[in-house]
Design a protein around this ligand. Sequence first.
Ligand SMILES: [Cu+2]
Length: 163
Amino acid sequence: MNKNVITGIVIAVVIVLGLWFYFKSPAPINAPVNTNALEDMNMDDMQPTTTPTQSGQNPGTTVDLSLSANTGTVKSFNVTGSNFKFDPSEIRVKKGDTVKITLASSGMHDFRIDEFNVKTNVLKTGDAPQTVQFVADKTGTFEYYCSVGNHRAMGMVGKLIVE
Ligand SMILES: [Cu+2]
């Protein structure tokens, strides 16, 4: 009987002690482990996320921009408007080209391409030539014309061909 009671008490004490250690020790042990793990994770997460974003995306974007900027050629044209025509009356460029039109005028004329939102001032004889520039970002044949009076109807037009 006594042995059984003692054994039961010992077992109970062992269980209580076991539970006490079980609940007491894991907490302080887990806490620092978790904290370190979190700190390590954060450190690891922060640095790689920040670094690839800056070193990966920005140069990539810059490279792409410079490449696309370099592929388009700048093409310059001197255009003279007179009564009632343009010289030249046809301009040919490639899609993506940056087109510079420098208009000189004999009489009173301007130069417009509606599809590319291009318009010069109306220039009179003796006015300084004016340069307008745009990117030919779509293919097709587009009419340039003079918007002064009835000049367009009188044939003061030309063709911009974007290939
Ligand atoms: Cu005109």
